[in-house]
Write a protein that binds this ligand. Structure first.
Ligand SMILES: NC(=O)c1ccc[n+]([C@@H]2O[C@H](COP(=O)([O-])OP(=O)(O)OC[C@H]3O[C@@H](n4cnc5c(N)ncnc54)[C@H](OP(=O)(O)O)[C@@H]3O)[C@@H](O)[C@H]2O)c1
Length: 154
């Protein structure tokens, strides 16, 4: 798959290595921005408070399957239900939340573990298959925790 990762730090750069080794064509974008046209998948791996800025600096965002890897340690934008919803409001594609509970510093040790490490993810139905594949290709075992939307009664 062609994957554009917005953010090329510990998470973005690490995933670029893991997914590249699995045979994907990966482009990493940093604060200088860039173009995501032609990508099958866009992963977002920037500090949560920089999401708007990072998406604004990226052209070619047009409904790609999206993986939100971000966390936020300050007040979030309450207009959106979650960071993933905030990202989806710009990109518009089926969206999954993954990699946000796995320490990037340990990516190099994934393959050496006796048991397969788990990666908890939430996904809209149309993003689930792609997210699962990319979680497996990074070396983890995917654990689906549900849709991004809580649904009625939750
Ligand atoms: N580190 C972890 O173990 C870990 C684990 C799970 C989740 N997370 C979450 O994943 C996200 C990334 O964390 P990280 O540790 O990878 O951060 P990091 O190492 O500090 O890297 C941040 C990246 O964001 C890029 N960036 C900053 N402003 C940008 C902009 N305006 N446009 C595009 N890119 C921009 C930086 O670009 P430059 O390369 O140009 O500086 C850098 O590549 C955060 O939300 C974090 O909470 C981190």
């Amino acid at each position: 798959m062609k994957i554009t990762i917005i953010g090329r730090g510990r998470v973005g750069g690490g995933l670029a290595q893991l997914w590249g080794a699995a045979g994907h064509q990966v482009t990493g974008l940093g604060r200088d921005g860039g173009d995501a046209s032609g990508a099958d998948v866009v992963a977002v791996a920037v500090p949560g408070q920089l999401i708007e800025q990072a998406l604004a600096g990226t052209t070619g965002l047009a409904g790609q399957v999206t993986i939100d890897c971000c966390n936020l340690y300050t007040q979030r934008d309450e207009r959106f239900l979650s960071l993933s919803h905030q990202i989806k409001a710009t990109i518009g594609g089926p969206t999954a939340k993954s990699f946000s509970t796995n320490f990037a510093a340990l990516y190099e040790q994934i393959a050496a573990q006796r048991a397969r490490l788990s990666n908890f993810f939430a996904a809209e139905p149309a993003a689930r298959e792609t997210a699962e594949r990319l979680i497996r290709d990074a070396g983890y075992g995917p654990v689906f925790v549900g849709d991004l939307d809580p649904g009625p009664g939750s």
